[in-house]
Design a binder for this molecule. Structure first.
Ligand code: FES
Ligand code: FES
Length: 162
């Protein structure tokens, strides 16, 4: 039986420790030891974006990212985006634009759209498509996702100037 190893890292702004085995991936770690189910495994091959987690400021596929690799890292999940019962502008925009059906892919999209707007507050259509090329939606809500990104950009700008 393979021994577990204790790691420490920052999870959504708080220091945490966890026991991980060499084969555990980041999604398993977040779900089983922290109850964070926003990043979820779908393809398990780094192709769909459902498992997106931000590690040290970069989005990674949690299904392919070994849990032990987050030792000492700064990890941010979709659960960090709302605060004090208030949704983030991106979360609000997805609801207002009806940018989901089953919702399975939605946390991954929301993480990537948040990153996109952090990097490019006013993206073009091509930039949106390019940035989200690794996020798949089996319910084919892509037109509504485009609307949501543009709405979120407006909301963030309005929030910044309010
Ligand atoms: S489940 Fe990780 S990219 Fe699809
Ligand atoms: S809303 Fe169902 S997979 Fe995207």
């Amino acid at each position: 039986m393979t021994a577990a190893r204790t790691i420490t890292f920052t999870l959504n702004g708080s220091p945490v420790t966890a026991d991980v085995k060499p084969h555990h991936n980041l999604v398993e770690l977040l779900q089983t030891q922290f109850g964070l189910t926003g990043a979820r495994e779908s393809c398990g091959q780094g192709l769909c974006g459902c498992c997106s987690v931000v590690v040290n400021g970069r989005a990674v596929s949690g299904c392919l990212y070994l849990a032990s690799f987050v030792d000492g890292a700064d990890v941010v999940t979709v659960e960090s985006l709302d605060s004090a019962q208030k949704l983030s502008p991106v979360q609000e925009a997805f609801i207002e634009a009806s940018a989901f059906q089953c919702g399975y892919c939605t946390p991954g999209f929301i993480m990537m759209v948040t990153q996109l707007l952090d990097e490019k507050p006013d993206p073009t259509d091509d930039e949106i498509k390019h940035y989200l090329t690794g996020n798949l939606c089996r319910c084919a809500t892509y037109p509504e996702v485009m609307d949501a990104v543009k709405l979120a950009a407006k909301k963030r700008k309005a929030g910044a100037t309010a």
